[in-house]
Design a protein around this ligand. Sequence first.
Ligand code: MCN
Length: 777
Amino acid sequence: MSKYGIGQPVLRFEDARLIQGQGRYINDVNLHGQAYAVFLRSPHAHAHIRSIDTSAAKLSPGVVAIYTGGDYAADGLGMPKVSMQRKRPDGSPMFAPARPALCMDRVRYVGDPVAMVIAETLAEAKDAMEMIEVDYAPLPSVTNTGEATGPGAPPVWNECPDNISNFTERGNKAATEAAFANAARVFRRRYVVTRVHAQYMEPRGTLGVYDPGEDRMTLYADVQYPHRVRQMLAQSIFRVPESKLRVISGDVGGGFGTKGWQYVEHRLTLWAARKLRRPVKWTCERSEAVMADEHGRDNIGDIEIALDADNRFVGLRLHMLANIGAYVGSDRNLLSPFGMIGTVSGVYRIPAAYVQVVGLLSNTNPTAPYRGAGRPEAIYLIERLIDDVARELGIDRIELRRRNMLPPSSLPYQSPLGPWYDCGEFEKNLDMALKLADIDGFADRRAISKANGKLRGLGIVNAIEQAAGTAQPEYAEVRFNPSGSVTLLMGTKAQGQGHETMFKQILNERLGIDPADVQYIDGDTDRVAFGMGTNGSRSTVIGGSALFTAAGKVIEKGKKIAAHLLEAGQEDIEFADGIFKVAGTDRAVSLKQVAIASFQSARLPPGLEMGLYENATYLPTKDTYPNGCHVCEVEVDPDTGQVRLDRYSVVDDVGTVINPIGLKGQIHGGVAQGVGQILMEQVVWDRESGQLLTASFLDYAMPRADSLTAMEVKSNPVPTKFNPLGAKGAGEAGTVGAMPAVMNAVMDALAPLGVRELDMPATSNRVWSAIRRAQAG
Ligand code: MCN
């Protein structure tokens, strides 16, 4: 087995470059003559704009231009399209208000952009921005999900008085009602999933460029889907052929879903660059990011489960309110709560289930997929509920889970909410994780904690999610150069996942090519023919399968050349480990020699086209279902309410593991984001004024190294048969399991004190208050 093949713990090739400061992030890109843009953003959650006066600002030193919504509208550019069709609960069409590039008559959340100032320097742009006079007439606002609809909720849009944008339902309502009617016991709970911001290491940025010679625009931006961004900008905004636009996404310092799509700053800097005939650059500042970006999650789930007399689950019902923000700028703003709610029945056999999701408008930033995009929320709901049910029934929560879990013999399994689980060993994951977590030692550890005046809690969670979906294909191209080295072009876009290493491993496994001979390219629409980009943990499965398929075509063509070179019949040629061989002989030629020969007409069989470059576009036929078990142990100080993460163990099944180190990194990072959300992170607005209270790291708490603990991660791979690699997605799996695992551990620690209700984030203050409330009865 090659040291670079599939399954090898190869250190990331990209890191040597990145840790030496040689990465090329968006803010590293600077062009001669560029001007600097800043955005004036609304200080109000909701206000009517009476007037905008830019006259004094325009005279400020260094100002190149100041644009408002009127200027943009006058140029007649288009709007992004929303293709998802939904309805409102009364059957009327979905209310999906488009977001303007710059607001004209109303602002609808703190941070809504109102004007763009462009100047010779960043400082001059900021100075001028302060001189713009906007006369706002503030309006009542609503930011809180639970208050966004119903009596007294101020409408975000006059055209939609109840703030209900859309409604989705899934499952069999009648069967579920019957299951509840006949059940021995029914349990109901409300769980709140808070709103968070991705807080990438690198805030967003864009550099718009116009080439008058070619009448062509180039957008440098840290986006996850360069080709889709190009298509949207070309077709919907600028109405030019895609060939008139290039999108380049270089190194990206974290995306996590919310750098997925087209932000207004992209089209505005491009538009301004074309108007001004010079590059226009915008870099989001850290203090601007929470105001400027899409956010993640934010929903309230009322979930109910029905059990029979043997404590088997017979029905599941969920009514969810999802806060989608002030606009539906693209399909992305509809994706999170809806797309993945199918896995809310978890790894359990629940014959009847029914889910309703109501998408609510509010005076907040639009929400969009953020690591897990609905799947952490789904597992959070079911796994918290199971713990609460077990506690209320006074039975063992592991036993309750085992009793209801889907055994391998029941797979493939058609869930009542849509997903079709093809394979997995859920109970084995659980057994392995309990062992890894030393569950047998928990009682002793709890006793020690107690002796020290602390509470210890254990959270055990079975996770499953739907990843690498079938909706979009992916592209790969393997290009040999005349000297036998290779250029590998991928339609996915790395944001830190280690794609270069992972794809070179697949190429090495399939073709035996030394990674040192391979140049890796992604993120440039002029160089890579096509791509859907990176989201939904799809790159390894779909991009990797495209690469596997393209490499297969290399082998097929290579066999023809090798047969000719070895003077053998093509059917006698075998290929393995980078060598073509005449079966049963020692006559062989390497792929590299074959590639070199492919550029030399005299060495080719008659009629065979010269060169060796193959590509493939791969569309999977089935989604993948990564799954696993997370076990978390926390210690809580009852005097301060402080939660300390003490132990964390994960057993994951992501099918074939391409790179165990890369996978561990993904699990660690995903768990860290789950821990962050449960223990401290939250975007908060003042309820009355709608003011954003957590715009900076002074107020928005982020996990640090000491918020985490060493993690034990093991794999229990059950390869899927539905892609040639047998891989399942992994990039979000850590977060899916971590949110419920940490919260369940906290609740387990607090249970002896009688605490039964607590929502995230489990900050010291909230935990302390919950303890005091419970003690007060
Ligand atoms: N991997 C593996 N074997 C598998 C699957 C994955 O070894 N069967 C490893 C590989 O090292 C691969 C990595 O895990 O490079 C991630 O693979 P995959 O699950 O295909 O996920 P994507 O590459 O498509 O990344 C998307 C996913 C998502 S949706 C979010 S959100 C997220 C995440 O990845 N954002 C990230 N991880 C992130 N990691 C970083 N550093 N930065 C982000 O923005």
